[in-house]
Ligand binder design. Sequence first.
Ligand code: G
Ligand code: G
Ligand code: MN
Ligand code: NA
Length: 256
Amino acid sequence: FGIETELRRAIDTGRMMLHYQPICDLATGRVVSFEALARWRNEAGQEIPPSEFIPVAEESGLIVPLGRWAIEEAAKTLSLWDRGGEAAQGVKLAVNLSAIQLQRDDVPQLLQDTLSRYALGGDRITLELTESAIVSDPDRITKLMHALKEIGATLAMDDFGTGYSNLAYLQRLPIDVLKIDRSFVAGMLADRDKIAIVRAVLSLAQALGMATTAEGIETNELAQTLAALGCTYGQGFLYARPLAPNAAYQFLLDRN
Ligand code: G
Ligand code: G
Ligand code: MN
Ligand code: NA
């Protein structure tokens, strides 16, 4: 009850922040997008991790206003960056969507309205969904995903390999990018099983015409190996931690 009340207030009063972690093209090193990650410092000044407040938000229904806020905030940030010049022109922001938000809210309508208000093209937004979103209500989610593609959004499957991977859906749904979970990526150079899984996911994605993002890249060696294996994009502390908006924009200016 306490955390739920405080979370509601945080969303209403702007205590919630988005931090942005760069995602780079492994072949060129250029930043292609940033993943938006919610950050919450409560009234006592403590950082509450998403692993604590996202489940509370999902159970209480606060995930709907939280998800709306995240889309609004990402669009606002993009339009601000665009006013700074050309640096951010082709860059996308990736917003995480929970299964519950997809069920309860009209996300395509919301996204379209928000993009229009900020004069942004749909191609500037990536939506990261998890396998649980698809399993929850396949028919509805299939329609939603097609509606989001109509708007021009990129669709990424987050944490791939950790959920109920239904390969039939994977093939049938308009998914653009598979994000390979960091539990397979970090440590793969020293673990035959992990590298075998990563290779298998890369060839599956290639066969289905999807791009790939490896999460949790912490070393150059890992980035080079993944590039050589044909992985498209990389994300991890090697490039940067999730950054406050101004630091993310500066990172973009320095790197691209
Ligand atoms: O911030 P951290 O890097 O610890 O993120 C952990 C996880 O929390 C992310 O992988 C993501 O699944 C989830 N998460 C972070 N921000 C959001 C958000 O705005 N909405 C939803 N639904 N999940 C988020
Ligand atoms: O959406 P997802 O649950 O994958 O969110 C990414 C989470 O992983 C965030 O909590 C982020 O801080 C974390 N993360 C991102 N890159 C790295 C990394 O290179 N190493 C580790 N240990 N964690 C990372
Ligand atoms: Mn994610
Ligand atoms: Na992930």
